[in-house]
Design a protein around this ligand. Structure first.
Ligand code: SF4
Ligand code: SF4
Ligand code: SF4
Length: 627
């Protein structure tokens, strides 16, 4: 008995309606079930089991092989970190150069999701229909070049004189932080839903592979060069069964007739066509690569060239709008969202401009009259596109705020050396602070989620603008949403500001929290010592500064220790600390001034004076700062 959502096309043995069948000499038109499909499903299930086993092994032992994900190659090319993902990607491309895109068909977890979604749709009587665009098919390759070639090219073009063309390679094959480069589960679920399911529903059974996957950009290029191809014998009678089962939307019967092999770079060597061919006319074999064949397009494209250009513009704008918005949407997810947006925009346009339109089995418009399904489609498209526009507004302000933040030149240490750093700000800093505050506030006011990075930047801008209380509130909120690294920094900055405001108890609390997240954060230890000193817990302060000085050659802790030793009358010890501090202090008037202020804050006035004088000696302009 069929389940409620099973349709006439579900399962094997369905009847295809390719026109070519009318001329077929096949006794009947039933397509036999693909045996390769079962093997492929098993391979993809094993893949998921291996991924789960990998995570379990990491959780149990605390260390494991770094993620076997092609995206990890970016870190190799940018930072020189050789990892398992890079090695896998290189091997996969080399294998594709010989055998074609087997890795895509048999070893990708996203293709498994897409196939699963396609299978579910068929169970519900829906056949994924491919969305065809001549321009957007180049997106995967362009993104692949940006991700994997641009880092090296940009290094070559804007290479600083002292940097080599390639980064210095380091071994990152084993990691204890397996999840470091992955999104959180809360982000991964919508990512998999959009890229594995929505793209199939709207764009066809390999929607994400065709329009969104940068790895596919390289694999399809390599496939063109591969001698391994699906080829045909004389036994073919053009029945079309092969085309009917191909989930990569390849017109197999037409290609094998025209070229003697499948030349479409979307072919993932799933072997379904070979398995279902009633005449056993197809086989996998080696020979001429498809690049050596002069091709003419066998596909119909529903978009005119102006529509293609408009679709490309929508895609580009949508991608810019959502990529990294709220610091949540990763590049691959943004590509998936942008493709869905483009499809909806194109369909909406067609729905408005034509008198008849259907989508899957729904009649959206007939004889110029909009049907209920049409209104439902329009409503969904309006909400989706509206959310995109909203994201674009937020992202614009996030970007503009971040750009203003980058333009601020005052060094952190100097700004943090006194409660209100206004007098140290240049006119351009003041303008950037105003700009940054406006943009970040606009993004925060209208955003649907907290952007933790933007929030911590806004906090810094608020502090620089003299609004320390608001900065403290923003840092507290940012810390609530950040990972341990970011949280430690926010708590440290909050502690430092509280110290400057003369609230050492609260500062101590914040700095202790920061050090729980990151015990190696030396600057938090220096600030903690300062809070303890102000609370008259001087022995603990000295111990804390000693700890900080042990782990770093930074001069602040040694100067503070020198001041503490002077205060206790241990002049010889103080001189030794000072000597150590002087050796690490840069010959920079700003740095000396900052040291003077830090020492002044804790009442070590003589030592502070020494640094003020040195700053004036190096730059007489600093004399004005004393007045
Ligand atoms: S194109 Fe990308 S998503 Fe598709 S199967 Fe290949 S690697 Fe996976
Ligand atoms: S290759 Fe096989 S399945 Fe495809 S058209 Fe020819 S006979 Fe039919
Ligand atoms: S052409 Fe054949 S092997 Fe290639 S994807 Fe389609 S069904 Fe699979």
């Amino acid at each position: 008995m069929k389940s409620g959502c099973e349709g006439p096309e579900a399962g094997a043995g369905r009847v295809i309606e390719l026109p070519i069948l009318k001329n077929s000499a096949a006794p009947k038109n039933e397509i036999r079930e693909s045996k390769a499909g079962r093997w492929r499903a098993a391979s993809l299930v094993v893949l998921y089991l291996l991924m789960i086993a990998h995570i379990i092994q990491w959780r149990l032992t605390g260390q494991t092989v770094s993620p076997i994900e092609p995206s990890e190659s970016m870190y190799t090319l940018q930072n020189g970190a050789i990892n398992a993902g890079f090695i896998f990607f290189i091997l996969a491309i080399l294998a594709t150069l010989i055998f074609g895109r087997f890795v895509c068909g048999w070893g990708c977890h996203i293709v498994a999701l897409q196939d699963f979604c396609g299978w579910l749709m068929k169970k519900c009587g829906l056949t994924p229909r491919p969305f065809r665009s001549r321009l957007l098919v180049f997106v995967p390759l362009i993104v692949a070049l940006y991700m994997f070639v641009w880092p090296t090219v940009s290094r070559f073009i804007i290479k600083p004189a002292n940097e080599s063309l390639f980064p210095q390679f380091t071994n990152h094959l084993i990691t204890s932080d397996y999840w470091a480069t992955f999104p959180t589960v809360a982000v991964a679920i919508p990512f998999l839903f959009i890229c594995g399911f929505m793209t199939v529903y709207f764009l066809g059974s390999k929607g994400f592979c065709t329009y969104g996957c940068p790895y596919g950009g390289f694999f399809s290029l390599a496939d063109q060069l591969a001698p391994g191809k699906i080829r045909v014998t004389d036994a073919c009678n053009e029945c079309g069964h092969c085309t009917a089962v191909c989930t990569s939307n390849v017109l197999v019967h037409a290609e094998v007739k025209q070229y003697g092999m499948v030349v479409d770079q979307g072919c993932m060597k799933c072997m379904d066509c070979i398995s279902v061919c009633p005449n056993d006319a197809l086989y996998f074999g080696f020979g001429k690569p498809s690049i050596a064949v002069k091709k003419t397009s066998t596909k119909n494209y529903p978009l005119t060239w102006p529509e293609e250009l408009a679709a490309a513009a929508v895609f580009f704008l949508s991608f810019l709008a959502v990529w990294d918005v709220y610091q949540l949407v990763a590049m691959l997810m943004a590509l998936g969202i942008a493709m869905v947006t483009t499809f909806l925009a194109v369909r909406t346009w067609k729905l408005i401009s034509s008198s008849d339109l259907s989508f899957h089995r729904w009649n959206l418009k007939a004889g110029g009259v909009m049907k209920k399904a049409g209104w439902a489609f329009l409503s969904f498209a309006a909400v989706w596109i509206g959310l995109n526009v909203h994201s674009g507004y937020v992202r614009y302000h996030e970007r503009a705020g971040a750009a203003a933040y980058e333009r601020i030149r005052i060094p952190d240490e100097l700004a943090l050396a006194r409660a209100n750093p206004a007098r140290w700000l240049s006119a351009s800093d003041v303008a950037s602070i105003k700009d940054g505050k406006e943009h970040f506030n606009a993004a925060m006011r209208t955003g649907l989620f907290v952007n933790k990075e933007a929030l911590s930047k806004l906090a810094w801008i608020e502090y620089l603008s003299g609004d320390s209380e608001q900065a403290i509130r923003s840092l507290t909120k940012a810390a609530e949403h950040q990972d341990p690294q970011g949280k430690a920094l926010s708590l440290y900055y909050r502690g430092a500001i509280l110290n400057r405001l003369g609230r050492p108890e609260q500062a101590l609390e914040s700095l202790n929290e920061a050090l729980i997240e990151r015990p190696d954060l030396v600057s938090a230890r220096e600030e903690k010592g300062e809070a303890l000193w102000r609370l008259a817990r001087r022995d603990e302060a000295v111990l804390t500064w000693t700890d900080a000085a042990k782990n770093s050659s930074l001069p602040i802790a040694n100067n503070l220790l020198a001041g503490a030793s002077f205060a206790s009358g241990r002049d010889e010890e103080a001189a030794a600390y000072q000597d150590q501090a002087d050796r690490a202090t840069p010959n920079d008037p700003l740095f000396h001034w900052m040291l003077g202020l830090r020492l002044q804050n804790v009442g070590m006035l003589d030592l502070a004076e020494k640094h003020f004088e040195r700053a004036i000696e190096l730059n007489p302009e600093f004399k004005r700062a004393r007045n």
